[in-house]
Design a binder for this molecule. Structure first.
Ligand code: HEC
Ligand code: HEC
Length: 275
């Protein structure tokens, strides 16, 4: 009883901290720093990328592959330019470049903000579901916590609108990405394994099963390799979750996506693996 009580207190404190973190992010909102970024963007970037960043002489900065760049990568692009024609703006200095990138993020976020406004859920309740009853964390890492078998969802809410996130949860595999297909294999000894292929060539298959174990299999030891048309993402969230619960999880993903600074990618690895 004693333990339960203190656990509950810890939960309450962390919920409060979470809300507080959210509020302080909101409070930073479009403050003076962003105004400076907006002015700089209008003076320096708008002539090529358009005043709202949706493109002109130069491409739109709202394209998913550009939204997906980390803050550090964007800063590097503005600082160094690119071989394909983006000039270097190193002379602006780091502080100005950073405020431009921050403003660019708000431009890119506006589409999502509309989504966030539509997601009227309770993000703290969504977090509890994600790590608790809905078991999302058994497969998906978020903010450094959770499983490895499926993709990391930390940045997902940054580049997806609320309705698209809800769809991905209740109507998964639409269509299934080739690398996410569940594969069923049977060995000559009659052993059956179900998992995701992490590597394969004409001789071997590396299968990761849901428990996170890797199995190195020689094709000549297998009697059957069957690629299904679905991933490991459960198909019953539409019935397992109430609409309010779904909305709470969607809101949690959006809040995390918009408030977690994307970690700088390791040097030399731009655009990332993506999908
Ligand atoms: C003289 C025209 C010009 C100006 C001014 C300009 N850009 Fe660009 N920018 C380009 C062109 C052309 C490309 C496409 C080349 C490429 O993708 O590498 C580009 C690409 C980009 C990219 C995508 C790079 C990538 O890796 O895909 C970003 C981000 C970007 N610009 C941001 C900015 C910002 C922020 C500013 C203002 C500081 C700015 N640009 C000013 C011409 C310009
Ligand atoms: C049994 C493992 C498992 C569980 C549990 C699970 N997922 Fe998934 N999920 C996957 C797999 C596998 C995919 C396919 C793409 C990938 O590998 O991430 C996926 C895809 C997704 C996608 C689309 C990702 C993208 O990059 O297109 C979202 C969003 C998502 N899941 C959210 C959730 C949420 C929210 C929960 C909890 C309500 C959840 N998932 C529970 C395994 C799981």
């Amino acid at each position: 009883m004693q333990l339960k009580g203190s656990r509950f207190a810890i939960l309450l404190v962390s919920a409060a901290l979470f809300l507080f973190a959210e509020m302080s992010v909101m409070a930073q909102g479009p403050g003076s720093g962003d105004n400076r970024g907006a002015q700089q963007f209008a003076t320096v970037c708008a002539s090529c990328h358009g005043s709202d960043g949706t493109g002109g002489k130069a491409p739109s900065l709202m394209a998913p592959n550009i939204v997906a760049l980390s803050d550090a990568e964007l800063i590097k692009v503005v600082h160094d330019g690119t071989a394909a024609g983006m000039p270097s703006f190193a002379q602006l200095g780091d502080a100005k470049i950073t405020s431009i990138v921050r403003y660019l993020r708000t431009l890119q976020g506006q589409g999502n903000m509309a989504g966030a406004a539509a997601a009227t859920g309770d993000a703290a309740a969504g977090r509890a579901l994600y790590f608790g009853k809905a078991q999302c964390s058994s497969c998906h890492m978020i903010q450094g916590k959770g499983g490895f078998i499926a993709s990391d969802l930390t940045a997902y809410g940054r580049s997806h609108a609320a309705n698209a996130i809800a769809e991905a949860i209740v109507k998964p595999d639409n269509p299934v990405a080739p690398e996410s297909r569940v594969v069923e294999v049977q060995t000559k000894t009659g052993r059956k394994l179900t998992g995701v292929v992490r590597n394969e060539d004409s001789f071997d298959i590396v299968l990761e099963t849901e428990d996170g174990r890797f199995h190195f299999l020689a094709r000549r030891d297998l009697t059957d390799v069957h690629y299904t048309d679905h991933s490991l993402m459960p198909h019953d969230y539409g019935t397992r979750l109430t609409p309010a619960e779904l909305n709470n999880i969607v809101s949690f993903l959006i809040v995390v996506g918009q408030t977690t600074p994307v970690e700088p990618a390791p040097p030399g690895r731009r655009h990332g693996g993506g999908h």
